[in-house]
Ligand binder design. Structure first.
Ligand code: ATP
Ligand code: MG
Length: 467
């Protein structure tokens, strides 16, 4: 099998020939005293899956990012298992097992415990594909690869050396086919095989490179980094839903600010997040916008790192806000009234973003809600505050407004007022509203009747509709 494989590789690509020939032989076996994986970081369910498969006579390992994280001493957020059992054979061994996927057929084994159910993703060792036939698009992009192979082949088709290690919990041994452990020590992110070819096969790997570099603080190996500048445009060919998922992973990684910087340094943000182009240019004119996005992402990273949830709608609402604000101000300067100016600006901002990567509809409606709530925070009299607090997305709108206060784009007194209002009892709330009414000359709320008399051209986005 291996000889056949090496022969096939030798026929194909001289660069791959060199790397693969050295690496598809026996893997390096790394004992516990060298890899030092803490068994407490393992998921009991993942171990159960490997044991069940092994007891049925199959090979089974924890694989991929989980092994990388375990070696780094980080508790993996999810566990993948690789096996030589076919998906059907896997499915037969577990009660709660579901076959999923078309591009990659895998089995999800679900465990119900005290907290959330845990899904262990079990995939069958896959073969490398020939650069021919209907599996590969003209650009070299792989379309389908459901051909089973050996563990060595499976390792060679993974992306980075540090993502291609296999851990057997029963023997506590790591199998390393591509020098992943040495790269872990050198803190290097290295693509397996010829990076250009691997990026052509799947351009998403460029985004993964940036995400893992941000997460691990590893350096991209020079040969792994070099082709990205030229091949970044291949991301345009990736189906929009997959691109969106990957960008979301990057933003939700807990290292989003570092990852966004990485995208900029690699020149990959152009076309993905077109509205970030000018923000990331880091010049004086974009400083305010840059501060806002930086704060929003730092806030997101902190939430994720402390195990809190973050909504994707909220995240995209923050990334696009600087552009929206600019459009909103421009509309007002053209003589539009405050609220229509905002709604028109929202349409523009979303249309510009869609020219790069389309944001899924359900997130788009969250974004619109968060944005359209912003002028409502200015109105702090009558029934307005009560109504606003009752709106289903209030919390997101409020958090968003606090971010605006933190960068000084919104009056911090308004943020404070709302924080007090939420915490106050009914009497306290009445007092707060009375105080808001008496404050004059500030950006404080006022009754809607007076707002209607206001001349639109005097309004600005940070002002209420009347004062
Ligand atoms: P994390 O789950 O922390 O985001 P991960 O490395 O586990 O990181 P997954 O997307 O869960 O990432 O993929 C699991 C493994 O599958 C990877 O570690 C890698 O070995 C392989 N893999 C995933 N995506 C690709 C890809 N696009 N090309 C090659 N191998 C991939
Ligand atoms: Mg994973």
């Amino acid at each position: 099998m291996i000889t056949k494989f090496i022969k096939r590789i030798l026929r194909r690509d001289p660069m791959v020939k060199h790397t693969q020939a050295n690496n598809t032989g026996a893997p390096k076996r790394i004992p516990k005293k060298s890899h030092r994986i803490d068994p407490h970081l393992l998921s009991k369910n993942a171990v159960k899956v490997t044991q069940t498969l092994q007891q049925a006579g199959y090979e089974a390992f924890i694989v991929g990012g989980a092994v990388r994280d375990l070696v780094l001493g980080i508790g993996p957020k999810d566990f993948d298992v690789a096996t030589n059992a076919t998906p059907d054979q896997v499915q037969r061994l577990f009660r709660k097992a579901r076959l999923i996927g078309r591009r990659f057929q895998i089995v999800h084994v679900t465990f119900f415990g005290k907290g959330h159910p845990e899904i262990i993703e079990v995939s069958t060792f896959r073969a490398l594909l020939d650069n021919a036939g209907d599996h590969v698009a003209e650009s070299g992009r792989i379309l389908r690869d459901n051909v089973w192979g050996s563990q060595g082949e499976d390792a060679a088709r993974r992306d980075f050396t540090i993502n291609a290690m296999y851990y057997d919990p029963s023997s506590e041994t790591v199998l390393d086919y591509h020098g992943g452990m040495v790269d872990m020590q050198k803190k290097t992110l290295r693509m397996i095989g010829d990076p250009t070819k691997r990026y052509r096969e799947d351009p998403i790997r460029m985004l993964r490179a940036i995400r893992f570099a941000a997460k691990t603080e590893f350096t991209l190996d020079a040969a792994t980094r070099a082709p990205i500048a030229k091949l970044g445009k291949l991301l345009q060919d990736v189906p929009s839903a997959r691109l969106f998922d990957e960008i979301l992973k990057l933003l939700m990684s807990g290292y989003s600010w570092a990852a966004i910087q990485g995208l900029r340094d690699a020149g990959l943000h152009h076309g993905l997040l077109p509205l970030l182009d000018h923000i990331l240019d880091n010049n004086e004119a974009s400083k305010g916008a840059n501060d806002f996005v930086k704060l929003a992402l730092a806030n997101t990273d902190e939430r994720i790192q402390s195990g809190k949830s973050v909504s994707a709608g909220f995240l995209f609402a923050t990334l696009l806000w600087p552009d929206l604000l600019q459009n909103w101000k421009a509309n007002i300067a053209k003589g539009m009234a405050n609220i229509p100016a905002l709604h028109d600006a929202m349409d523009d901002t979303i249309a510009t973003q869609s020219s790069g990567m389309t944001i899924q509809r359900r997130f788009e409606s969250d974004m619109r809600e968060i944005w359209s709530m912003q002028p409502r925070f200015e109105k702090r009299v009558g029934r307005y505050p009560y109504r606003l607090v009752e709106s289903p997305r209030f919390r997101a709108g409020y958090d968003f407004m606090l971010l605006r206060c933190a960068t000084g784009e919104q009056n911090p007194a308004i943020g404070e007022w709302w924080t007090n209002f939420i915490a106050a009892d009914p009497v306290g709330q009445e007092e707060l509203m009375a105080r808001a009414k008496n404050e004059s000359g500030s950006t404080l709320g006022s009754p809607v009747k007076r707002r209607r008399r206001r001349k639109p051209k005097a309004a600005t986005p940070t002002e209420p509709e009347a004062s």
